[in-house]
Design a protein around this ligand. Structure first.
Ligand code: ZN
Length: 255
C-alpha cells in the first residue's frame, strides 16, 4: 500500500489520538452510565432488583388499538401494576415512570447501574394476526460472529464489550422465558406462549437475564378490549410476578 509522506510526520500524534479514542470508547462502552432519572422503587438493599421496562414512550407510541389507544400507555399501566405485585419481595426499578422517550441503550444503562437481577420489557404486538391467544416471549439471539468473539474473550478472561454482555446470560434468559411461559399457560388468561430467540436491541447491552414479553396483538379488537380492562391487566401483572418468583426460586436452588 502506497503511503503519503506528508502524513508521516503526524503519524505519532495520530496514533496517540487513535489510542485515546479507543480508550475512551472502551470506557464508555464497558461502563454504562445512567442518563435519566428513574424510579428506584421499594426499600432495603438486600432484596433482589427486578427491572421492569415499559416499552416505547414520548413520540414513540408503539402500536395502536383500533380505538387509537397507544401501546406505550398500556405498557406503562401494566408496568406499574407489575411493580405493585413484586415490591413486597423485590426492589423494583421502572426504566420510565411517565410518558417520555428512552433509548434502548438508556434502558440498558439504567438496568445495569441498578444491578438488576433480571429485566422484563413489556410490549404489545401490532399488525395483522388472526390468533389472539398466541403470545411471544423473546430472549436475545447473537450472531455466529458475536458468539465466537464472546467465546474468545471469555477464554482469555478479557473484558466483555457491552454489546456482547447479554451472551453471558443466554441460558438464564431462556430459563426466565420458560418460567413466564409456564405461568401464562396455566393462568386464567389462558394464552399459549412461544419463546423466541431474536437479536433485539433493547436486550443486547443487559448484564442480567432479560426478556421481552409481547402481551398480545393490541391491533386485534378482542385483545384491545382485554387490554383496556384494568382487572385484566391486574391479573396479567400477578401472573408475570409469579413467573419472576419461579425464576428466582429455580436459580437459588442451583446456587
Ligand atoms: Zn412495542
Amino acid at each position: 500500500m502506497r503511503r503519503d509522506l506528508t502524513s508521516k510526520k503526524h503519524c505519532g500524534f495520530k496514533r496517540y489520538l487513535s489510542l485515546a479514542a479507543a480508550a475512551l470508547c472502551c470506557f464508555v462502552f464497558l461502563i454504562p452510565r445512567p442518563c435519566l432519572s428513574f424510579d428506584a422503587g421499594g426499600a432495603g438493599n438486600t432484596k433482589r432488583v427486578v427491572v421492569v421496562d415499559p416499552g416505547h414512550g414520548g413520540n414513540d407510541e408503539g402500536a395502536k388499538s383500533p380505538e387509537g389507544r397507544p401501546e406505550k400507555q398500556v405498557s406503562l399501566t401494566l408496568a406499574k401494576k407489575f411493580k405493585e405485585k413484586l415490591e413486597d419481595r423485590y426492589r423494583v426499578v421502572l426504566t420510565r415512570t411517565a410518558d417520555y422517550g428512552v433509548s434502548p441503550s438508556q434502558r440498558a444503562s439504567i438496568a445495569n447501574n441498578r444491578e438488576g437481577g433480571l429485566f422484563i420489557s413489556l410490549h404489545a404486538g401490532g399488525g395483522f394476526r388472526r390468533l389472539t391467544d398466541l403470545w411471544s416471549i423473546y430472549f436475545f439471539r447473537a450472531s455466529g460472529e458475536e458468539k465466537r468473539a464472546f467465546a474468545d474473550k471469555a477464554d482469555r478472561r478479557g473484558a466483555i464489550p457491552w454489546h456482547r454482555v447479554q451472551l453471558r446470560h443466554a441460558g438464564s434468559s431462556a430459563l426466565l422465558a420458560e418460567k413466564l411461559k409456564s405461568r401464562l399457560s396455566r393462568s386464567p388468561i389462558g394464552v399459549r406462549t412461544e419463546s423466541i430467540e431474536a437479536p433485539l436491541a433493547v436486550l443486547k447491552g443487559l448484564d442480567m437475564p432479560a426478556v421481552v414479553v409481547e402481551y398480545g396483538y393490541i391491533t386485534h379488537p378482542k385483545t384491545a378490549a382485554a387490554l383496556a380492562d384494568e382487572s385484566y391487566l391486574d391479573t396479567l401483572a400477578g401472573v408475570l410476578a409469579a413467573g419472576v418468583s419461579d425464576f428466582f426460586a429455580s436459580v437459588s436452588s442451583d446456587e
